[in-house]
Write a protein that binds this ligand. Structure first.
Ligand SMILES: [Fe+2]
Length: 184
């Protein structure tokens, strides 16, 4: 019911406004009652990406970050909204170094997200995400397109050079984080 309503509200918002402004309001409203989200989606058990909705113009994910998990810098190629309903997410924002061979990035900013925050990310954003706390973090991620259907990039954690990325590669990182914590 909660998920159906969330999708319906996102769809209505998209109709009003193709940017992420109205969808951000929908996500902000949802995470303003974090207990209701936890009740609907269930208490997080392990690091994972749950697909709540996937279509050409809208993807809604329940993203569970393992404790202390860090995800490489990556892009989305579409706008996104992140709403936190339990735990914390630290985002580092990156920009391409002009003229760099290999598509190197450098840090450009940061944003610490807490329960109740609904952060809009523009189409060209490159970000890395860390869960800085010793328990699972849960977030609703909404994307203005088919998140798993477009070629995307990630950047190596040591060299900060560009590489290709896809949903399967990302899913493996969550499994690695679970294995490290003995939650596999
Ligand atoms: Fe992301």
């Amino acid at each position: 019911m909660f998920v159906d309503q969330l999708i319906a509200d996102c769809r209505a918002a998209l109709k009003q406004d193709a940017s992420h402004k109205s969808v951000r309001e929908v996500v902000a409203r949802a995470v303003s009652d974090p207990l209701a989200v936890l009740k609907a989606l269930g208490e997080p058990q392990r690091g994972e990406i749950q697909i709540l909705h996937r279509s050409d113009d809208l993807t809604v994910l329940n993203v569970i970050w393992a404790p202390w998990m860090a995800l490489l810098p990556h892009n989305h190629q579409m706008w996104a909204v992140i709403g936190i309903y339990t735990g914390r997410e630290d985002n580092i924002f990156w920009r391409r170094v002009p003229g760099s061979a290999g598509g190197k990035v450098e840090a450009a900013g940061a944003r610490a997200l807490s329960v109740g925050d609904a952060e809009p990310l523009g189409r060209d954003i490159i970000h890395s995400v860390t869960n800085p706390i010793p328990r699972l973090t849960g977030a609703i991620h909404v994307y203005g397109g088919d998140f798993f259907g477009v070629p995307r990039s990630e950047w190596d954690a040591e060299s900060l050079l560009e590489d290709s990325c896809d949903g399967a590669k990302m899913a493996r990182r969550f499994e690695q984080a679970n294995t490290l914590l003995g939650r596999s």
